[in-house]
Design a protein around this ligand. Structure first.
Ligand code: HMG
Ligand code: MG
Length: 280
């Protein structure tokens, strides 16, 4: 039997959060429903963050209330306890805290230092224990828009802490899409010294056209979960120069070519991609 790999769809969240035009709630719901129908096992739907910081996600509760639930796990970003409480009320199957390996990016994205971010995560971890699994994101795993190259050890330190506080999965965010494969390999080597490979996910933006190559490196290192955005939507409003997540269609093609089983219907995913691109 073919080995399984997971496409973790982040388009509705990481993809749409960067769009300056407000995407109507009904369109967001329709996109998530198409992704459910395409067989995605993991769909990151939205973020329970401050609407002043990310206005596009202001309709998080309405989107969660409107989607048709299928077999997927529907996850959301929760920067603090307030976001967590709202996420739980909205029926999230998984939540995510998000930090960074770079001090400057942490300040720009969540308005606190790395140390302070862990103080904010703790109440979320305490509330989530035994209730929902928590994914932990690390941004800037190779490069930071403000600090340049990030040392692999800095990423490994944050990964070890996220694991220690109880994150079941740690997603390694190559936020800028600038990390060359050899630097991704060094970063993974450092992180794998701290966290078992089964608890890691790769999150590659495709700014420099390197994402698929970097995913190959991560596959070789044993990672089997990859974040991607349908239609290649995406970016981060607090990472200047980070336009697009790697497209789910491209990651699916790679995983299929490498002989992995994903459960995703390529035709339905392509149709969702077309719909997603029309939302821009
Ligand atoms: P803050 O200003 O330090 O915190 O923001 P605060 O507690 O003082 O709150 C500020 C305002 O937000 C207040 O409203 C709060 O009530 C409100 P005001 O009194 O000014 O009217 N607020 C909230 N509203 C709704 N839901 C909440 C919430 N919390 C506070 N949960 C905070 C700190 C974290 C809230 C803010 O910085 C924030 O929301 N940041 C979100 C940034 C974001 O979403 N970035 C994109 C996602 S991360 C990403 O894309 C990277 C990733 O893809 C991986 C990669 O590629 O690297 C994951
Ligand atoms: Mg991202």
């Amino acid at each position: 039997m073919a080995e399984r790999a997971t496409l973790f769809e982040v388009g509705p969240r990481d993809g749409l959060q960067n769009e300056t035009r407000f995407v109507p709630t009904a369109d967001k719901i329709a996109l998530v429903d198409m992704l459910t129908d395409a067989g995605l096992a993991e769909i990151e739907v939205t973020s329970f963050v401050s609407p002043k910081w990310v206005p596009q996600m202001a309709d998080a509760a309405a989107v969660m209330a409107g989607i048709s639930r299928g077999a997927a796990c529907y996850s959301v970003l929760t920067p603090n306890l307030r976001g967590f409480d709202a996420a739980l009320a909205a029926g999230a199957g998984k939540v995510a805290v998000f930090g960074a390996a770079s001090e400057s990016f942490s300040q720009k994205n969540i308005n606190c230092s790395i140390e302070e971010s862990f103080e904010r995560f703790q109440p979320v971890m305490d509330a989530a224990r035994g209730v929902v699994p928590v994914r932990g994101y690390i941004s800037c795993v190779t490069n930071c828009p403000f600090e340049g190259e990030i040392a692999p050890e800095a990423v490994a330190r944050v990964a070890a802490r996220l694991r220690a506080i109880g994150c079941t999965e740690i997603s390694l965010g190559e936020t800028l899409g600038k990390g060359r494969p050899e630097r991704v390999a060094l970063m993974l080597e450092a992180v794998l010294g701290e966290v078992p490979v089964a608890a890691l996910a790769g999150h590659f933006h495709d700014t420099g056209g390197l994402a698929v190559e970097n995913i190959r490196v991560a596959l070789e290192a044993g990672l089997r979960v990859f974040d991607a955005a349908v239609g290649g939507l995406g970016g981060c409003p607090y990472a200047p120069g980070a336009p697009g997540n790697v497209a789910s269609e491209a990651v699916l093609a790679l995983l299929e070519a490498e002989g992995f089983e994903t459960g995703v219907d390529a035709g339905k995913l392509a149709a969702a991609g077309e719909f997603a691109r029309g939302l821009r």
